[in-house]
Design a protein around this ligand. Structure first.
Ligand code: ZN
Length: 133
């Protein structure tokens, strides 16, 4: 894996969380994007080279809504950039990690993404992502 691409934070309301993170990080949100397939609205911030992704459910039954119901708002996932998502998925599978999707999915911010189940990673939901060229 190349580097941490972003950190994902689950929030109940982007309308409430965006101004808080703009104040906290002292930088404006530079992009919002809805990913219909994932039932999620996202907002992005850059601090230096580091990216923060806020995630709000766009549907009461969406994965982010269910996550917040169970665990509350907060850190949701750590995303790592990879050069070849198919190769990395095969490698992780061979190492015994449980992948949450069989094929890469289109995620926010022009990425192909795949998630690794937190039960194999000591409790951290891991995303791997590859820039779509
Ligand atoms: Zn993410």
């Amino acid at each position: 894996m190349q580097k941490i691409e972003h950190i994902g934070i689950a929030v109940k309301s982007l309308a409430q969380a965006i101004p808080v993170y703009e104040k906290l990080l002292d930088t404006p949100c530079y992009k919002t994007e809805t990913v219909d397939s994932e039932k999620v609205n996202t907002a992005f911030f850059l601090t230096g080279e580091n990216k923060i992704e806020l995630l709000e459910s766009s549907d009461p039954e969406g994965v982010i809504a269910r996550y917040i119901d169970k665990k509350g708002e907060g850190l949701h996932h750590v995303a790592f950039a990879v050069a070849d998502i198919h190769a990395e998925m095969s490698r992780l599978k061979a190492e015994g990690f449980l992948l949450l999707n069989e094929a890469p999915k289109k995620g926010a911010d022009n990425k192909l993404v795949c998630f690794v189940h937190p039960k194999n990673t000591h409790g951290v939901l891991v995303e791997i992502c590859q820039e779509i060229s």
